[in-house]
Design a protein around this ligand. Structure first.
Ligand SMILES: Nc1nc2c(ncn2[C@@H]2O[C@H](COP(=O)(O)OP(=O)(O)OP(=O)(O)O)[C@@H](O)[C@H]2O)c(=O)[nH]1
Ligand SMILES: [Mg+2]
Length: 421
């Protein structure tokens, strides 16, 4: 063996092996198969974000999850056979599992079992950068895992680098673990309270300036838009939850200054513990004067995404704020051809092309939101001018509303924001 092949062999032998996963979802009575497929596409994307690869999907038409094993026993056998035959590393369920379901499934499948919440929590854990975000995710994760302790045990083992204990730890160990986790929760809460206090003071110091928050479903282009407007360098990538920490920047457009913040993306069924512990990060949204709701118009489920975002905003108590809707990624949407060209196409061709009637969308959403939406592509800057104009006009409107005594000619002290990048 030459030196080169030896080197190559060593590289191959030590290359990290990508973990494999099968995905499982139920099709409820009022759901179409296509809707569930879309949800599974999203779950596959989450799986990929965590660093694993989807190898197969199982679905079952069932009105409600089986109390014992989520899917029916026949389906479970099928999954079990597949997992064993192809040596799959994990099984991921597109819903939340009860503690006992998770235990039963782990016992029977003998591989790692993830549910939707745990998957999202683990992605957040990998992504969190600041002390605050890290503490928030750790807290949410411990709270989620406390009632699922046999699982927690295997998790701790994995983290320590040992082999996972299958089939559950002894009662004594579980009791000890419970105590450790409860202590951790208390400590993390205390730590978070201190960090939040500092944040509060920071936010209080931001009076006198209009505050705008970028909100939207995950991966729609919020950070890309933030970078475009502020010429900053916030991480934007084709992964879910690229942004877990919020970033605030001062922006000056047409002589008016305002603060713009990039926030964590939303997703269907965001774990409750996560929302709870991210409350202070999400305060950025609650305390803003204007929301820029970014939508990925090229995604087939974009209208569902709008609904999920609106619902989450309501839950956060930010449902009544003025919203500038931005339909992003228009570069990926096929342009509607002229009527004449349309006439020459077959019905199937038209259906398959999936044209979106942007004029109709504009009318519908202008009526709904009270502000005309912007259609743009943040990545290549298409229509950025329209967006800037619309944003400035809304910021001015909010400014007048919040600071009615402020005169256009008057300059106000903005030096307190100068240290912000
Ligand atoms: N084709 C196209 N891609 C875009 C556009 N805007 C953003 N993207 C891409 O979409 C992906 C997600 O962009 P981000 O800016 O990270 O999205 P985000 O909303 O901040 O995502 P999270 O932080 O994960 O919630 C990246 O790969 C971007 O390059 C656009 O206008 N057109
Ligand atoms: Mg982002």
């Amino acid at each position: 063996m030459s030196k080169y092949t030896r080197k190559l062999k060593k590289l191959i032998d030590t290359a990290p092996v990508e973990e494999t996963a099968v995905l499982v979802a139920l099709i409820k009575q009022n759901q179409s198969e296509q809707e569930v497929e879309e949800h599974l596409d999203e779950l596959a994307f989450l799986t990929e974000t965590l660093g694993a690869k989807e190898v197969y999907r199982f679905t079952q038409r069932l009105e409600k999850p089986d109390v014992r094993s989520f899917v029916g026993s026949g389906k479970l056998e099928e999954i079990q056979a597949y997992v064993k035959h192809f040596e799959v590393d994990m099984v991921i369920f597109d819903d939340d599992l009860s503690p006992s379901q998770m235990r039963n499934l782990e016992n029977e499948l003998k591989v790692q079992v993830y549910d939707r919440s745990l998957l999202i929590l683990d992605i957040f854990l990998n992504r969190a950068q600041t002390a605050q975000a890290k503490t928030q995710v750790e807290l949410a994760r411990f709270q989620y895992l406390l009632p699922r302790l046999t699982r927690m045990w295997t998790h701790l083992e994995r983290q320590r680098g040992g082999t996972a204990t299958r089939g559950g730890a002894g009662e004594k160990e579980i009791e000890t673990d419970k105590r450790i986790i409860r202590n951790q929760i208390t400590l993390l809460k205390e730590k978070l309270r201190k960090i939040e206090k500092q944040g509060e003071t920071q936010r209080k110091g931001r009076k006198g300036i209009v505050r705008v928050a970028l909100v939207g479903y995950t991966n729609v282009g919020k950070s890309t838009l933030m970078n475009l407007v502020t010429k900053s360098d916030v991480l934007a990538e084709n992964k879910l939850f690229a942004t877990v920490d919020s970033t605030v920047r001062k922006v000056v457009l047409e002589n008016i200054s305002f603060l713009l913040s990039d926030t964590v993306g939303f997703i269907r069924k965001l774990p409750t513990h996560l929302i709870e512990s991210f409350k202070s990060t999400l305060m950025e949204i609650k305390e803003s004067d204007l929301l820029v709701h970014v939508v990925d118009i090229s995604h087939p489920g974009f209208e569902d995404h709008i609904a999920v975002v609106n619902q989450t905003l309501n839950e956060l108590g930010a449902g009544d704020k003025p919203v500038l809707l931005v339909f992003n990624k228009i570069d990926l949407v096929p342009k509607m051809p002229s009527e004449e060209a349309l006439m020459n196409m077959s019905e199937l061709e038209v259906e398959e092309a999936n044209y979106l009637d942007l004029d109709r969308l504009k009318n519908v959403y202008t009526k709904k939101m009270g502000i005309e939406p912007v259609f743009m592509a943040a990545q290549d800057g298409t229509n950025i001018e329209t967006f800037r104009k619309s944003l400035v006009s809304q910021v001015k409107k909010q400014h007048k509303k919040i600071y009615p005594h402020y005169l256009e000619s008057e300059t106000y002290d903005l030096s307190q924001f100068d240290d912000m990048e």
